[in-house]
Design a protein around this ligand. Structure first.
Ligand code: ZN
Length: 281
């Protein structure tokens, strides 16, 4: 199949309050879009991430702190959704995947978390993929908030190239450790974002990776709560650029920040349409 979509109805019911309202409407729009045909594009019901991997990723203190957190279960399910998506791609059952989540992951460090994040979904998934024999990964974090949790996990891991867009200032590229922070400043336009993305992906071409993750926060849209000022026109272009840069290596989108229902209803199907290769005539 071309695209696997991992989803669970609990994301919309029990997800983090700011994030959850967009889940069900955007999923329904996707289902009504005609994109999900059960052959090329299929939906899979997410399962919870195995605790042994979550415990391997996070410190005992963090696990203890999370024990009574009301978002614990949905955060485990969110990490499981990402893992399921990535495994389908790693095993060659899907060319690419889009993972729905009910909590985000990129502000979850090994020993702490903030900002609607509890467990680092991508870091836990990479542990699993490394068990399966994959080694090197590209992470493109297009959420306008700095992915500090992801950096905590992979800052010193040169086998993970972390491209990290944010709405602060300055650009910092560490070619030794493969970390690249791109501060687009507050209110970044489509042109600014897309040209920076193009340069960053150009750089990633020299990095030999087996799977790419896109930390997809649509809080980058001008109507949403993040620091960029993107319009709807940016997202199909972003999706195309990333898909072309990744080529036939696996590509997994991970839903991150964003609360606007009308934004999610458009940009999620736009990304899936690109992954499925079903562009409007
Ligand atoms: Zn964000």
């Amino acid at each position: 199949m071309k695209v696997a979509i991992t989803y669970h109805e609990d994301f919309g019911k029990n997800g983090f309050s700011v994030l959850k309202e967009r889940i069900r409407p955007s999923f329904e729009t996707l289902m009504e879009s005609g994109l999900v045909d059960g052959i090329d594009v299929q939906v899979f019901k997410a399962w919870a991430a195995p605790l042994r991997l979550v415990e391997q990723a996070h410190t005992p203190t963090h696990m203890q702190n999370m024990q009574t957190d009301p978002y614990r279960e949905v955060a485990l399910l969110s990490a499981g959704s990402v893992m399921m998506a990535a495994e389908l791609v790693a095993k060659g059952e899907a060319e690419s995947a889009f993972a729905y989540t009910g909590t985000a992951g990129h502000h979850a460090s090994r020993g702490s978390c903030w900002g609607f994040c509890y467990f680092n979904d991508v870091a836990i998934t990479i542990l699993r993929l490394r068990e399966l024999g994959l080694k090197r990964f590209l992470i493109v974090d297009v959420d306008p908030h700095f992915g500090d949790g992801t950096r905590d996990f992979f800052g010193n891991d040169a086998d993970v190239f972390h491209i990290n867009f944010h709405s602060g200032t300055g650009e910092e590229h560490d070619p030794e450790k493969n970390n690249y922070d791109i501060g687009l400043t507050f209110g970044a336009s489509n042109d600014r974002f897309l040209s920076a993305l193009k340069s960053a992906l150009e750089l990633a071409k020299d990095f030999d990776f087996q799977m790419a993750f896109v930390i997809f926060g649509h809080d980058s849209h001008q109507d949403d709560y993040g620091g960029f000022n993107l319009t709807f026109a940016a997202y199909p272009k972003m999706a195309q650029m990333i898909r072309e840069a990744v080529g036939d290596k696996g590509l997994v989108y991970v839903l991150s920040g964003g609360s606007c229902v009308h934004v999610a209803e458009q940009v999620i199907p736009d990304v899936v349409r690109d992954l499925a290769g079903r562009w409007p005539a």
